[in-house]
Ligand binder design. Sequence first.
Ligand SMILES: *Cc1c(COP(=O)(O)O)cnc(C)c1O
Length: 325
Amino acid sequence: MPDTAALSYRDVELAAERLLGAAHRTPVLTSTTANKLSGGTLFFKCENYQRMGAFKFRGAYNAIAKFDNAQRAAGVLTFSSGNHAQAIALSAKLAGIKSVIIMPQDAPALKVKATKEYGGEVITYDRYTENREEIARRLSEERGMTLIPPYDHPDVIAGQGTSAKELFEEVGELDILMVCLGGGGLLAGCALAARALAPNCKVIGVEPEAGNDGQQSLRKGEIVHIAVPKTIADGAMVTHIGEHNFEVIRRSVDDIVTVSDAQLVQTMAFFAERMKMIVEPTGCLAAAAALHGVVDVRAKRVGILISGGNVDLSRFAELMQTLDA
Ligand SMILES: *Cc1c(COP(=O)(O)O)cnc(C)c1O
């Protein structure tokens, strides 16, 4: 069992200090139309406007900021389906250290391109037949680089939690906080912040219908593994929640719900049309659950984490075409 008894809101506060001046304090937006549709008062925390386009910068930067000189000299290594890759590459560049990123062959082109542009060395693998964690471990041994995984790491969790810390500081108490769920870095970090800053706030995770391993895990009281889910939410295509993450989630998250890919596309269209913003499919998970009544938010003050905005324009257009079908 990982030593997560040590992971607390204090770690989120320390992460916030490290991120000061490095990460953007992202805006919190509201929409009268969203409130009418859902019946609640929704506060959208827009991490699609974070550096590199997603909250992942927070955790990656926090982890690298803690490196000692030997770690800095050897550099950082990770595996990621996209946004964590960019987050590590950018954070490494800012820290002046080397980065190696192991990415799936079918990762969105925009994410691969951005990772290379940030100076990351990209190594690809087949996500349906190869084990990225094994490849990463072997490379980290060969090159002495420090592995910072996308979610199962205390410093990553603490960094991600700074997004919810900012949200509560800005809008005060909330009845419900809704957060998308892949491996559980964002949800666990946000739950730490919620428990400290808004003890009465319900924390709800939202994952794709096709990959409800988190929901199964919370109900069963242990981490459930599934096959790689087929969903348009590429940031949530994980087979299981992380161990450090589950330790926090099981004690601090009230429920985990799911939404369909069709609901994600409708939510992308809503954001584009009504709020004039581009949100990637995974970034729509929490909002989709509120706007489609999967979680009853009527007469409640609700925080919605919008996790990221990195989607190829051609992919965005293609998904919009499916709306009328
Ligand atoms: C990584 C990611 C997620 C999932 O986050 P976890 O910490 O793995 O649960 C959700 N949305 C976006 C945009 C992401 O990049």
